[in-house]
Structure formats: structure tokens, C-alpha cells
Design a protein around this ligand. Sequence first.
Ligand code: SF4
Length: 262
Amino acid sequence: MSDLKTHYRTCNICEAMCGLEIKHQDGNILSIKGDKEDPFSQGHICPKAVALQDFYHDRDRLKTPLKRTNNGWQALSWEQAYDEIATRFRGLQAEHGQDSVGVYLGNPNAHNFGNAIMLPRFFKALGTNNRYSSASADQLPHHVASNYMLGAGMLIPIPDIDYTDFMLIIGANPIVSNGSLMTAPGVGKRLKAIQDRGGNVVVVDPRRTETAKKADQHLFIRPETDALLMLALAHTLVEEQRVDLGHLEPIIAGLDQLAEAV
Ligand code: SF4
């Protein structure tokens, strides 16, 4: 029997990126726990990461490429699989055009560094416009807005949750999403910390969400009126001359047009 070993890794199932402490011996995982020394997650872990052990040991887990044939599933080597897929893709695209091949990228890919580095090049080489992902299913408007406002789709502003004294949450439920895009694992404790240091958490949501239940104030609005609420907030700031750009002044453009619009 080999020595018991401990590996420290980052959970790549969601943006919270919790630190994991994995104990294993002889190829068997003995435990998966939150890493208390991880600066982001400080020991937080959710059931999905604990279940990674079940994925790993699942006897149905694919460990080699499989090809569907008339006689059932046939195991292939990676080289055979790559060759066959490349040949089929080329044939399809030659016959039906570049866009005849579509790509769908599931969520954990976005948090795996190897995939993050290699997949954009692979998609570029495929040359298809049909590229979909969990992002295209639920968050592309954020990227479009960031592209217009900040010049890059991935420049997404996030709240400084650990230092703010007032957090306004509109149409989000971070206690359930685990502070996903903020990379704020253990978000419930972080929201409570705002309140413990004398701050306030205000949630605007038509639904009485898990986060709303923990907030100091919950404001209900009609579904699909978020844009009107934002315009009303901007209008009040302009109307009451309460716009104070501070250190952001040199990098803000178009404020007059915004004032005119609202
Ligand atoms: S919150 Fe996300 S990153 Fe953290 S353990 Fe759960 S799935 Fe993994």
C-alpha cells in the first residue's frame, strides 16, 4: 500500500473556484474537503465538489473515446478518435459550409485552465459561427454591455463584496449561485460580514429569493422592468445633480448623452 497523499486543487465546476483538499491512496480518493488555507474560499465547499469523488469512481465514467457503430459502442484510442473526428468535420464542412459544425461548451470548461487556453484556438481553427455555451444561454447581455461600455466583453465589473458597506443586488441570487461571477465562495458569510460591520444589503427582485431573505431590505419590482428601474435611478442622479465621478472622471465618456437620454 502506498503512502496517503494530499493534493490541493481548485474546484472547476463554477466561478467560485473553491480550494479543495483531496486525500488519496492507491488511486482511491479517501476524502474531499474545503481547503481552509485557500485565500478565496477559506474552507468553503458545496456538495457538488464533494460529489467529484463519486464522478471519479463511477464505473460508467468514460475513460477512452467511444464510437457508435452498428454493433454497439467501440473503444478507440485518442489518436484514432482525433483522426476520425477531423476527417468527418472536414468532410461535413466541405460539403455543407463552415457553419455546418456547431460547438456547445458546458460550464466547467470555462474554469479549467487547459481548456481556457486551448479551446479558443480550436474554435478559431474550426471556423464556425455556431458557437454556444452556458454563457450564450444566460449571460451574453453582460458581455455585450461590457463590450460597449468598457471595450472588452470579458471586462465585467464585480462588487468589492469584502469591503463595501452598501450592496445593492438587482435580480441576482448569489446565495444560490455561490457568488458565481464574483468569485465569492461562501457568499452568505460575506453578505453577513457587510451587516456585521454596520453596512446594508438591499435586494431588488420580484421573487422572495434566498438572498432576499437575508437582506436588510427587499424591494419587489415587476418582472422585466429592471431597465426602467436603472433608468429611473440614473434619472434621479442626474436630476438631483448627485453625479460625482471622483477618480473615474478621466476615463468616463458620454455622460452628457446619458443625462440627455434619461
Ligand atoms: S461553489 Fe462552485 S467552486 Fe465551490 S465547491 Fe461548489 S461547485 Fe466547486
